[in-house]
Design a binder for this molecule. Structure first.
Ligand code: IPM
Ligand code: MG
Length: 355
């Protein structure tokens, strides 16, 4: 089967990490009988430099015509300390999510045996943690209008808006994920303060009775932030709104030992996007030192979610496990004898070829 993959490498380490994922995808496709075809699209700061737009129309068309999008990273320090910049790389990502209707961001948080000693948490706390965070991705305060400044410039405002249908579709998705896992769902909100959170609770309370096997609990976001580091094993599926999900999934990602390990899938109405959860790591750009594993594992999610190919996902995950056991890892994991970005990619691709 032919599969069309749009590659949006983006900024910083984006090009080098997506390159490793492509090597791995190629090898998997030989085993699974897929024929991959890759097309590159511009996004992020590099797209601003070349076209003035962080998510150009051509890129959007390419995404719409593809079966899946492999995304690297966006962000550039030139913009981070310039609050007056008219256009920012991050706007490209938000626009892509909105135009592709990617209302759900799925971030599996799992630990890796050989990395447990790298976790900032004690081994007995983090060992065995395995949960799925489902973040709403196209609503809430990141998209709500009005947003802006008063005329005198001394007041700024963002608006958090959620409509019932947006909450219904993400909660339904999370309930279905819970059915396929340990059947426990934690909805994270701030219903003691926010009107949007109270609507979320109302909607979940309407939906939950149709899933009698799923145990649904509700947790305030401040409490959830604590429990993720005190007792991460207690979670199975977490569902939450856009900004809470943004923050909590970053927190969750570091407990596994390296930010460079965790993948994500953004799914919804049109083509799904698969991207590592880390950022563009500009200090490492072009140096062949960044960890490509989060992007490679995003390709595993691509096989499962976009191509309905469990075998492809399994092959990639097994290759990653094997590389950790063999100690073929980048400097974020072991700085005594680190492998380079491309060495890790080559090793993983070679392992899949031989398996
Ligand atoms: C993420 C990123 C983005 C977000 C930024 C770059 C806009 O941090 O995917 O979590 O916060 O949504
Ligand atoms: Mg984020």
């Amino acid at each position: 089967m032919e599969i069309k993959i749009a590659v949006l490498a983006g900024d910083g380490i984006g090009p080098e990490i997506t390159q490793q994922a492509i090597k791995v995808i190629d090898k998997v496709c030989r085993k699974t009988g897929h024929k991959p075809e890759y097309s590159e699209g511009l996004t992020g700061a590099i797209a601003i430099d070349k076209t003035g737009n962080p998510y150009p129309e051509d890129t959007h068309r390419l995404c719409m015509e593809s079966d899946a999008v492999l995304f690297g990273a966006i962000g550039d320090p030139r913009y981070d300390n310039d609050p007056k910049a008219n256009v920012r790389p991050e706007k490209g990502l938000l626009e892509m999510r909105q135009k592709l209707g990617l209302y759900a961001n799925i971030r599996p948080v799992t630990t890796f045996g050989p990395l447990l000693h790298k976790s900032p948490l004690r081994k007995d706390i983090v060992d065995g943690a395995d949960f799925l965070a489902v973040r709403e991705l196209t609503g809430g305060i990141y998209f709500g209008r009005p947003q802006g400044r008063s005329e005198d410039g001394n007041t700024a405002y963002d608006t958090c808006v959620y409509h019932r249908f947006e909450i219904e579709r993400i909660c339904t998705l999370a309930l279905n994920f819970a059915m396929k896992r340990r059947r426990k769902l934690t909805m994270v909100d701030k219903a003691n303060v926010l009107a949007t959170s109270r609507l979320w609770r109302e909607v979940m309370q309407e939906l939950a009775p149709s899933y009698p096997e799923v145990e649904v609990e509700y947790m305030f976001v401040d409490n959830a932030a604590m429990q993720i580091i005190q007792w991460p094993r207690r979670f199975d599926v977490i569902v939450t709104e856009n900004m809470f999900g943004d923050i909590l999934t970053d927190e969750a990602s570091v407990i596994t030992g390296s930010l460079g390990m965790l993948p994500s899938a953004s799914i919804g109405v049109h083509t799904s996007v698969f991207e590592p959860i880390h950022g563009s790591y500009p200090q490492a750009a072009g140096r062949n030192i960044a960890n490509p594993v989060a992007t490679v594992l995003s390709a595993a999610m691509m096989f499962e979610h976009a191509f309905d190919c469990e075998e492809g996902g399994r092959l990639i995950r097994n290759a990653v496990e094997a590389s950790l056991e063999a100690g073929v890892v980048t400097g974020d994991i072991d700085d005594t004898a680190p492998a380079s970005t491309s060495e890790v990619g080559d090793w993983l691709a070679g392992w899949i070829e031989k398996s």
